[in-house]
Design a protein around this ligand. Sequence first.
Ligand code: URA
Length: 238
Amino acid sequence: MRDPLRLHKYLSQCGIASRRKAEELIQQGKVQVNGRTVTDMGIKIIPEENIITCDGFAVVPQTKMLYILLNKPKGYVTTMADPQGRPIVTSLLKDIHERLFPVGRLDIDTEGALILTNDGNLAQKIQHPSHETTKTYEAMVAGHPHRSQLAQLEKGIVLEGKLTAPAKVFARKTTQHSTLIEIIIHEGRKRQVRKMFEAINHPVLHLKRIAYGKLFLHKLPIGKYRLLGPRDIENIFL
Ligand code: URA
């Protein structure tokens, strides 16, 4: 017997988007099963028997999985399209013909490490809270936060009514009016690092993600990318 599969999982396995984004595509009425638009999130399909389309294109399983680490420049959005016409990160992937999607997000004004892939399962694994995948950021913040304030960020602070998970925070360098701080978190709330520093009255002036787990950007130039191999993928979860 052929096994039924949740529609958003199938879309993700076919490299259309992460599972979360695939759910959004369904909700937005962009997905058809046998020619009929479905918006029911719970729907199951049988891949061998149903014809699935998204934005009018057939959704078929990917054979080649690709993993890329991009050093995202400021000014680029990490969505797959932008109604305001701002540049999108995938436009930087000049010689890649597969449809890749970003794993998680980086704000338009944040630069640094961004993984792109067509492997929905890996994207799901990186983002799933149970794996607690760490992300390391370098934040240049205004002024000189006191040690007790950094300790507060480490323990967790309430943002929008919810306590942040424990973090690691290291002051790396001070200049006259700013401090370079390395912060390691494993949550992915919207603008989380910026909000954490706003909460202690030391707003972020510049933000860069330098690693997922132990997968570091190192010397990858801004706007450039490299293919990831199995060892790199392992490093994400260390
Ligand atoms: N935290 C932020 O504030 N912005 C990002 O882009 C990522 C993490």
